[in-house]
Design a protein around this ligand. Structure first.
Ligand code: CA2
Length: 146
C-alpha cells in the first residue's frame, strides 16, 4: 500500500482560529482527518506532521525516505525563503506535491517565488482545504504510474 506524508509548515497549526478571510475556517485537525480519509479511499495511508521549525521539516523529509512513497507539502512561508527545504526534497528525490490553500500567484509579489516548485512534481494552490484532496489524488496517480 502506498504511504503518504502530509507535511505542513509554520503557522498552519493556527488554521481556523485566525485570518478566516484568507485561510478559511477549517482547522488543521479537520484537514488532517480529511487527508487520512481521502488517502484511504485512494488505497493509500497518510501520516500527518506539522512543524513551525525549518529543521524539523527537513528532518521529516529525510525520515520520509525510509517510510513514505510521496509527500504533500504545504511549506507555508518557508516556500518563499528556504533553499534548505528545496535541497532536502532534491536530495531525497521523494515525489512531492507542493500545496497552498491560497493562490500564491494572486497575492503579494514575494509569494510568487517558490523554492519548492522546481523540485516538486507539481503545484496545487488556490482551492483551500480541497487542495489537499486534489494533491493526494494527483500524488497517488503519479506514484501508481511509476
Ligand atoms: O496558502 C498557503 O497555504 C500558504 O502556504 C500559507 C502560508 C503563507 O505564508 C504562504 O504564502 C501560502 C501562511 C500560513 C499561515 O497560516 C495561518 C493560519 C491561520 C492564521 C494565520 C496564519
Amino acid at each position: 500500500m502506498l504511504s503518504l506524508l502530509i507535511l505542513n509548515g509554520p503557522n498552519l497549526n493556527l488554521l481556523g482560529t485566525r485570518q478566516p478571510k484568507v485561510y478559511g475556517k477549517t482547522t488543521l485537525s479537520e484537514i488532517e482527518a480529511m487527508c487520512v480519509s481521502i488517502a484511504t479511499k485512494a488505497g493509500a495511508s497518510a501520516t500527518c506532521v506539522q512543524s513551525n521549525h525549518e529543521g524539523a521539516l527537513i528532518d521529516a523529509i529525510h525520515d520520509a525516505r525510509a517510510k513514505h512513497d510521496g509527500i504533500v507539502l504545504n511549506a507555508g512561508a518557508y516556500t518563499h525563503t528556504s533553499v534548505a527545504l528545496m535541497d532536502a526534497i532534491a536530495s531525497t528525490q521523494i515525489p512531492t506535491v507542493e500545496l497552498h490553500l491560497s493562490n500564491i500567484h494572486a497575492r503579494e509579489e514575494f509569494r510568487h517565488k517558490s523554492y519548492i516548485a522546481p523540485v516538486a512534481i507539481g503545484q496545487i494552490c488556490g482551492f483551500g482545504p480541497d487542495g489537499y484532496r486534489l494533491a493526494i489524488e494527483a500524488l497517488v496517480a503519479h506514484l501508481s504510474k511509476a
